[in-house]
Ligand binder design. Sequence first.
Ligand code: NDP
Length: 309
Amino acid sequence: MKILFVAGDPKPERWTVPIKQQLPSAEIFVWDPDGPAVDADYAIVWQPPAALFEREKHLKAVFNLGAGIDGLLNVANLPEHLTVVRLEDAGMAVQMAEYVLHQLLEASREMETYREQQRTGVWKIHRPIKRSEWPVGVMGLGHIGTRVARTLADLDYQVSGWARTPRRLEGVSTYAGPEQLCDFLPSTRVLVNTLPLTDETRDIINYELLSQLQPGAVLINVGRGEHLVEDDLLRALDEGILHRASLDVFRKEPLPEAHPFWQRQEITITPHISARTLRDATIEQITGKIRDHAAGQAISGVVDINRGY
Ligand code: NDP
């Protein structure tokens, strides 16, 4: 079995050595832009060049080193019937739950206010949190959104969730499809986006959507930058529709120096770190699936290319 690693990592051996340990009988190759075809059976990729699919004509499956495959689907020449497999959780969901909880608590527990008080030596106690005032709505109830929603529901926040198809989740009110978005939004004050980027979800967080949230709304975007219409976010902040936003993903990354978001007190910016790819868990998941696929067994996490996720 031949496996080609195509991820532009300056130290590919960090991946290829443990992959070889997991699959000792496999031959592992690192992508060489000027090299010949290796006739790979499988490719493990992150944002691969289009040349990959021109050169390697017998790929049985491609494993993406991330949960979101929007970047991969944009690659020219992606064969229509190729089996594309995304990461499923692999340690990312718990990180995302932590990140979202942290951003929620910043608002619901008034942490900014207490930090400000500390700066000026003020000991002042504000009224305790009323959870009923902080209903959370999670867009996307997949591997990541489900973990986020469950974590917050376990802490007694009122949580609702919205997906494309009906989902049941204990302790979480669920909504599905565009027709129920207008019920989901008014039940939400803290909107958390964990959607994949598809033709249907691009630009979904716009002025009209933000206007339907409860007063004092908070946005936490950990999905993709292209879900958010950036000018609409600024307008919603200016008009007081939105109280604050925590953004981990941006239309252009790194966020350009001159971008207006940097100047806004109400926006918390993090550099796409809400859920990092964990090498050990990722390699274990992918090599396990390669083993199963090679043995003719069904594997989970296969992307529906037409659906976009
Ligand atoms: P999943 O595929 O497991 O879940 C996607 C969820 O989104 C599903 O519940 C799906 O609905 C829902 N969904 C998809 N399209 C629509 C739509 N048009 N309307 C309503 N709901 C929709 O993905 P993951 O949870 O694993 O990951 C989600 C995304 O999180 C990734 O695609 C990526 O963009 C982002 N991400 C960001 C990271 C970061 O560091 N910032 C790290 C990892 C992921 P249904 O259940 O009906 O299929």
